[in-house]
Design a protein around this ligand. Structure first.
Ligand SMILES: C[S@@+](CC[C@H](N)C(=O)[O-])C[C@H]1O[C@@H](n2cnc3c(N)ncnc32)[C@H](O)[C@@H]1O
Length: 462
């Protein structure tokens, strides 16, 4: 039987739930349709945009019958902005949907009928929670302005007036940079013609220290007055570190070598009672407040007694490993970004932690070398990017037979498939799992899972 829908057809659809990634899920005569801008509970008029063998995709055009628990979206740029997808969906419904998505992934992809899913932890702050914002420049009638991409448009950037995910300080510094750029008669870079100059502005804020790092990304050549730029930014006492990067490639990236224009090379952030150095290209969880909650959960799942050898794989600037160090015998981290490893080593020193070491390398390649140096681990913490563990990394970690794996995941679908593999090939059982909402109004989900080797103990199987 062919698909019951055709491309460009308009249909009324009742949205049942939210899929991972943020699209609504509906059924048309049993056929699954993923609906962009469809919120659970609503009936929407939608246009079919794609039909595949076992599902279709559609775009909601209007709400025919509202059912989703709605609130007023405070942001004037919602829903055009690509940053927030659910500002008008009541927060309780957002977290419920995320909790469901983790359970669904573990059942459907992980093959676990009844996953040991604990209640999701809601975010403490619904707005102003991000410690890092990356703006793209666009050319307006008044001159260059920094903004965000329109939802679903890589090629269109709008001028942001006020962002609800950063702080008042973040908004004020961005505005100051825009005013300076106009005064200096600079031009925004045009992604289509590859002309113009200003490309990106990155602002990172140590939310517990009040320190701010600025990175300006331009096209080739020094076409601005650096002293003037620094002077404008130094009006904010929080600004501690000002960098400049040149991007000569067409790619829209900010992860580039930087030249320090003024101040310290880094800023500091405080997490779990420890100080962390943050350089421009080093990874740091973008919600400081909830990172502390996430790490607290990882520490709890690790169940440390002080005698364990802990591997912190995909360790970034060493945050999780260092948060565990006081409760472990030794901590050993691997991370591919050399800049992050440099920060991790500095962070150990800064906090006078002497039982932790960090190495640069790809986990799949470097983890066996680490075993030769550190001995077999008792606890392995993994915190990979969205793609999850590669086949090689997973096999090599599985072969180490650590009694516990604490898996910190930013993608429940790859978490579920890795959990399945670790169970089938390496004898691990999913013992606890819990989502933490770090990113209200967006589809992102962070999850911590505890995998234990072997059969359940008699007590826990009761
Ligand atoms: C989700 S972040 C986690 C960082 C850290 N655990 C934290 O909480 O701040 C993932 C990290 O993995 C690193 N990474 C990505 N692929 C890698 C690989 N193949 N081997 C080692 N590290 C990798 C990235 O540079 C990034 O720092």
């Amino acid at each position: 039987m062919g698909a019951p829908l055709a491309k460009d057809q308009e249909v009324d659809l009742k949205i049942d739930s939210l899929a991972y990634g943020g699209n609504g899920v509906a059924r048309s005569n049993g056929f699954v349709v993923f609906v962009k801008r469809g919120l659970p509970g609503d009936t929407v008029r939608a246009r079919v945009t794609k039909v595949k063998r076992n599902h279709a995709e559609a775009l909601a055009l209007e709400v025919v019958e509202p059912g989703a628990p709605r609130v007023e979206a405070p942001c004037q740029h919602y829903p055009e902005c690509g940053g927030c997808k659910f500002q008008d969906l009541a927060y309780e419904a957002q977290v419920e949907a995320k909790h469901e998505q983790v359970g669904d992934a573990l059942r459907r992809i992980g093959g676990i009928q009844d996953p040991p899913l604990e209640p999701i932890i809601s975010a403490k702050s619904l707005f102003h929670y991000r410690n890092k914002l990356e703006y793209s420049f666009t050319q307006t009638l008044e001159g260059p302005a920094s903004g965000f991409h329109l939802a679903g448009r890589w090629d269109a950037v709008f001028d942001v007036e006020f962002c609800w995910l950063t702080t008042d300080l973040g908004n004020a510094v961005r505005e100051t940079v825009d005013t300076w750029a106009r005064g200096d008669r600079l031009e925004a870079y045009d992604q289509e013609t590859h002309t113009g100059y200003l490309r990106h502005l990155v602002l990172r804020e140590g939310r517990n220290t009040g320190q701010l790092l600025v990175q300006l990304v331009t096209a080739k050549g020094e076409r601005f007055d650096r002293d003037q730029f620094v002077e404008e930014l130094r009006r904010f006492p929080e600004v501690r570190s000002i960098h400049w990067s040149v991007n000569e490639t067409p790619a829209e990236i900010t992860n580039l070598p930087t030249e320090l224009l003024w101040g310290e090379e880094w800023i500091e952030e405080e997490l779990c009672g420890l100080r962390f150095r943050v350089r421009p290209n080093a990874f740091l969880q973008t919600n400081t407040e909830m990172a502390e909650v996430l790490y607290g959960l990882a520490v709890e799942y690790a169940g440390l007694t002080g005698n364990e050898t802990v591997y912190d794989l995909y360790c970034g600037t060493g945050t999780i490993g260092l948060a565990m160090a006081s409760q472990a015998l030794t901590v050993w981290g691997i991370e591919v970004s050399e800049e992050s490893v440099a920060c991790a080593l500095e962070n150990a020193d800064l906090n006078e932690i002497t039982n932790a070491a960090f190495y640069a390398g790809e986990v799949g390649q470097a983890v066996e070398e680490l075993r030769d140096r550190a001995g077999l681990p008792d606890v392995v913490v993994v915190d990979p990017p969205r793609a999850g563990l590669s086949g090689k990394a997973l096999r090599r970690i599985g072969r180490m037979e650590a009694s516990r794996i604490v898996y910190v995941s930013c993608n429940p679908t790859t978490l579920a498939s890795n959990v399945k593999e670790l169970a089938k090939e390496w004898g691990y059982r999913l013992e606890r799992v819990r989502a933490v909402d770090m990113f209200p109004h967006t589809p992102h989900i962070e999850t911590v899972a505890l995998l234990v080797r072997g059969d359940p103990s008699p007590a826990s199987s009761l």
